[in-house]
Ligand binder design. Structure first.
Ligand code: FCB
Length: 487
């Protein structure tokens, strides 16, 4: 292959995209349009969601889908990661199919393809059917079968035009926050044993959905998933630090679900990790051996969502986290800005699991607003994304097979328990009028896509008509003139 001329040119065919999820953008709610999800119920709980916000209208993408896709095309997106609302397809989660619900996704796929944007479809991004929750939800062993049946309906309907699939988004997060901490839907605090039972059924659901896609797909399917990546990365380049960071990224040292391997080892290697089995002990559910075969279906790529990570140094062979310095760079959500997480995370994952990697989410929230001229100048998002993408590029140079990047998110949207407070979009949404305004970052990202990364070489990534350096500089203090000095 010809050596790229620039340090930041991505490999030919690198997939540039943006992400969203159904509950966070669609709206289109109400009994005639879709069944309820656990998030509809959670939003009704007083105090559960910031400001009492709900996803009932969200970005009204359900009605504005075509113009949203036109905006994506204008940005030059090659791919769009969307999710399907299970209760829109099956209002009760199982049984009857709402074919009008499927019509919406059918049209969305057509419109995307007309605009030469490749649809990447996530089957479950947290809007779990409320009716199934009432039947025990993920604690019910049938939940895996329910999910596979729903998957079959979707795949039969759109797989003639869709070939890229992700089963489940961030199992760690909806299980830990929704079923452990109670801060996300369904808002329960289960004991660890039940969280692990729910997790086991989620993993079975993943495996059965992979099998259902392979069975029903009308065109060759490329299948992955989209867990969150918990990355510990080396704070220096010493081989010992790198080894310690790698080991920490793939270890389980706490009795919670914030790790990679409890989920990824079964999916990719066919067993639960030893250290997790020790740490969770008798809380690990009993299950038939055949479950691991169900869970460990061959998949085609490892999708991963990475926003931040923890720098570590090595001491006595172990990784020791480096505390952020006071005032360290953070997003509005208070997440530390750690571009190296997008270098080491995908590298480590590729090494361990041997699958091509796609970054299925990465981005930052900031409290953006339009200026008096109506422009949204989100320079922090440009800087964040530029740094993360340069770090990602370095991972590719180092040999990791990373094939695409989906920015989270295409639109400002309903950020779960934070309501509309945390804005992650490349496109600003005025939630009073639902008007869309592409932010500076959208214009900038368009240039990154069009140049396949070359634009990342520009020192600031920005073409602002501002003296970014110079102009405001400390001036030497004039020597006092003795003749006029008083005293
Ligand atoms: C991830 C979720 C996504 C969005 C981003 C900010 O955890 O998958 O829906 O909320 O965080």
């Amino acid at each position: 292959m010809k050596k790229a001329e620039s340090t930041t040119q991505f490999p030919a065919g690198f997939l540039w995209g943006a992400s969203s999820s159904s509950y966070q953008i669609e709206g289109g709610s109400g009994p005639s349009l879709r069944g309820e999800s656990v998030w509809d119920a959670f939003c009704r709980k007083p105090g559960a969601v910031h400001g009492g916000h709900t996803g009932a209208v969200a970005c009204d993408h359900f009605a504005q889908m075509e113009s949203d896709v036109r905006l994506m095309q204008a940005m030059g997106l090659k791919a769009y990661r969307l999710s399907i609302a299970w209760p829109r397809v099956m209002p009760d989660g199982d049984g009857a199919v709402n074919s009008q619900g499927l019509d919406f996704y059918d049209r969305l796929v057509d419109v995307l393809l007309q605009h030469r944007i490749d649809p990447w479809v996530t089957l479950f991004h947290w809007d779990y059917p409320l009716a199934l929750y009432r039947k025990g939800g993920w604690l019910n062993r049938d939940s895996a079968r329910w999910f596979a049946e729903y998957t079959g309906h979707v795949v039969r309907r759109i797989s003639d035009r869709v070939s890229n699939w992700m089963t489940i988004n961030e199992p760690q997060v909806f299980l830990q926050l929704g079923h452990g901490d109670g801060t996300h839907a369904p808002g329960v605090k289960l004991p660890l044993s039940e969280q692990l039972l729910a997790a086991h059924n989620v993993l079975r659901a993943h495996g059965m959905a992979v099998a259902a896609i392979r069975t029903h797909a009308k065109t060759p399917a490329t299948i992955g998933w989209a867990p969150v990546g918990h990355v510990q990365f080396p704070a220096n380049n010493a081989p010992g630090t790198i080894a310690a960071a790698r080991a920490a990224t793939f270890s389980i040292t706490k009795r919670d679900l914030w790790n990679n391997t409890w989920f990824a080892d079964p999916v990719c290697l066919g067993h639960y990790p030893e250290d997790g089995l020790r740490e969770y002990g008798s809380d690990v559910p009993r299950f038939p051996d055949s479950d691991m075969k169900t869970i460990c279906q061959p998949i085609d790529f490892y999708g991963v969502n990475i926003y931040t990570g923890t720098p570590v140094v090595e001491r006595d062979g172990l990784a020791v986290p480096v505390d952020p310095v006071p005032g360290a760079a953070r997003t509005a959500f208070n997440w530390t800005i750690e571009p190296q997480s997008l270098h080491w995370g995908p590298r480590f994952l590729h090494e361990r699991y041997g699958l091509p990697v796609y970054i299925t989410e990465n981005g930052m929230s900031s409290h953006d607003w339009p200026d008096e001229q109506g422009r949204v100048l989100d320079t922090a998002r440009v800087d964040y994304t530029r740094r993360y993408l340069r770090a990602l590029h370095g991972a590719i140079e180092a040999g990791a097979d990373i094939r695409g990047y989906f920015h989270w998110s295409i639109l400002d949207n309903f950020e779960w328990a934070e309501g509309y407070k945390e804005r992650f979009g490349l496109i600003y949404v005025d939630f009073a009028t639902l008007k869309r305004t592409p932010k500076l970052s959208a214009h900038w990202y368009k240039g990154v896509i069009a140049s396949n990364g070359l634009a990342l070489d520009h020192p600031t990534g920005l073409d602002l008509d501002l003296p970014l350096t110079g102009g405001i500089e400390p001036q030497p203090i004039p020597t006092p003139d003795r003749r006029t000095t008083v005293g």
